[in-house]
Design a protein around this ligand. Structure first.
Ligand code: MSP
Length: 479
């Protein structure tokens, strides 16, 4: 296993407040980061905010706010949001940062051999910030399915990036797994898209969109927001001014399924144009849905993550979004499902089990032996089934696997009945409790990347030389 890793998250547009759909990139990257760190890897985690483009410009104008003030405020909200999720990026980039602007311009200049200018007329969705093909326009009856807004007709002079130049290398990288696209069925979709992908427009006339990074050498144009945004993964590390070889290429990039194509077609073209290696893994997660529909600011059906945090605190939020939201498929969020997971699983399966064990161990003076305590440090590294799931990025399945251990322990404690054994056969009761406690704590160690607070708390209290009864972990009323 490599000693260093670089993990990345998509940088959200700051045209509104964070919503629960934005959680997944951060939570998935954070789980993987914590997992790798337990294995001794030094991890760099990037995050940031995407602050240029027409939808941000239009939103600030509609609120009658100076656009810089608007993006300053919203970028700060995203930073706060990330921190409240218990996620700590090592590097944070704003696309309006002077250093990003300077480095993105330098990247443009290096890409010049693959850039040309031409006129273009086509259909555009400013929600997606992309042109759609005529057939996509027809299939969707002229309305973007993700944003429920009609496509606009744009006719412009633009600069283009030659996707055609590197298609064969990108295809080989995906097919050979040098750049793994996850889940696997999406790799096929990307290969189909790549086949038909035309060269992409990478600039907009300043006259129709003044809010962007000026195109070097042409004051009448600004960079297309996606070109600007995709370079963030490099600029945040200091490229091209700094040597990034220790952390490039990314070990894994975490993005939603709607933006996979940008990360597996346009980004690889930029990287190959710069003579840089491609990411090892691009993982696309599904959508968080509300009543079967993508949650999005434009559709106005979003759930506020701060409301979810206020309900029961951080670990219940992480629990729901990491276990009940499948890592790769779309999943619905409802308050009912959230509450059922809280009381039926966190409070019952885990909270009750922990309290029962603590009480029984306290009563019967049971504690872990120093050897068993030392074994806990390697519990995560040595569980092969868990490692296989985590190494293949099957996080919700790995979480299920950990949970099945708690469910099995609940059954065991009910079958072995150490509380009644204690009356008739204290020695067997002691052994049973010792073994239950050891297996419980090994499972709790596997929980650490998912529910760090709960895992640390349980490991500290139940691996102590003397165990005391625990206050309820997930009380009925929540916080
Ligand atoms: N600014 C671009 C990303 C540029 S990355 C170089 C963007 N921003 S976004 O705000 O629309 O989305 C940010 C991330 O949140 C993306 O990974 C996107 O897929 C994810 N999600 C936004 N809404 C979502 C759901 N309802 N469900 C799950 N994730 C979705 O795209």
């Amino acid at each position: 296993m490599s000693k260093t890793a670089y993990l990345t998250t998509a940088i959200p547009y700051v045209n509104g407040a964070p919503h629960v759909g934005h959680l997944l990139d951060y939570l998935l990257a954070d789980v993987y980061k914590r997992y790798l760190e337990t294995l001794g890897v030094s991890v760099r985690l990037q995050a940031g905010t995407d602050e240029h483009g027409s939808k941000i410009w239009n939103k600030a104008a509609s609120l009658d706010l100076p656009v810089q003030t608007y993006v300053d405020n919203n970028s700060a909200r995203f930073r706060e949001f990330i921190q409240q999720l218990g996620v700590t990026p090592t590097d944070f980039v704003r696309t309006t940062d002077e250093a990003h602007v300077r480095r993105a311009s330098a990247i443009w200049k290096q890409l010049k051999p693959y850039i040309y200018s031409a006129s273009y007329e086509g259909w555009y969705c400013s929600g997606c910030e992309r042109f759609v093909s005529d057939s996509e326009y027809k299939d969707e009856n002229g309305v973007c399915p993700d944003h429920a807004t009609p496509f606009e007709r744009l006719s412009e002079k633009n600069y283009y990036l030659k996707i055609s130049e590197f298609k064969p290398q990108i295809k080989t990288a995906i097919e050979s797994g040098t750049m793994r696209v996850l889940p696997a069925f999406r790799a096929k979709e990307v290969l189909n898209l790549l086949e038909d992908s035309p060269d992409v427009s990478i600039s907009r006339p300043k006259s129709s969109l003044p809010w962007g990074i000026p195109v070097p050498g042409d004051d009448s144009q600004v960079m297309y927001v996606w070109l600007d945004a995709l370079t963030n993964y490099l600029t945040v590390l200091g490229f091209p001014e700094t040597d990034i070889a220790d952390f490039w290429p990314p070990t894994a990039m975490f993005v939603g399924k709607d933006i996979l194509r940008f990360h597996t077609i346009i980004l690889p073209t930029i990287l190959l144009g710069l003579n840089l290696p491609l990411p090892k893994v691009v993982l696309s997660h599904g959508f968080v849905l509300n009543d079967g529909q993508k949650m999005s600011k434009s559709l106005g059906n979003v759930v506020d993550p701060f409301d979810v945090l206020a309900r029961h605190g951080l670990d219940p939020l992480r629990y729901f979004f990491l276990r009940h939201v499948d890592t790769f498929a779309d999943s619905n969020f409802t308050w009912d499902k959230f509450e059922a997971a809280y009381s039926g699983e966190l409070a019952n399966d885990l909270g009750n089990l922990a309290s029962r064990l603590a009480t029984l161990c306290a009563k019967n003076s049971v504690a872990l032996s120093p050897n068993a305590r030392a074994d806990l440090d390697s519990a995560l590294a040595s569980d092969e089934a868990y490692r296989t799931l985590m190494d293949s990025f099957e996080f919700s399945k790995a979480f299920d696997y950990v949970w099945s251990k708690f469910q099995a322990l609940n059954k065991r404690i009910d079958t072995e009945k150490p509380w009644s054994l204690a009356k008739t056969d204290p020695e067997t009761a002691h052994k049973s409790l010792e073994s239950l406690l050891k297996d419980f704590l090994s499972a709790v160690a596997l929980l650490a990347p998912f529910l760090p607070e709960t895992s640390n708390h349980l490991l500290a209290s139940l691996s102590a030389p003397t165990i005391s009864p625990l206050p309820p972990l997930f009380p009925k009323s929540g916080r």
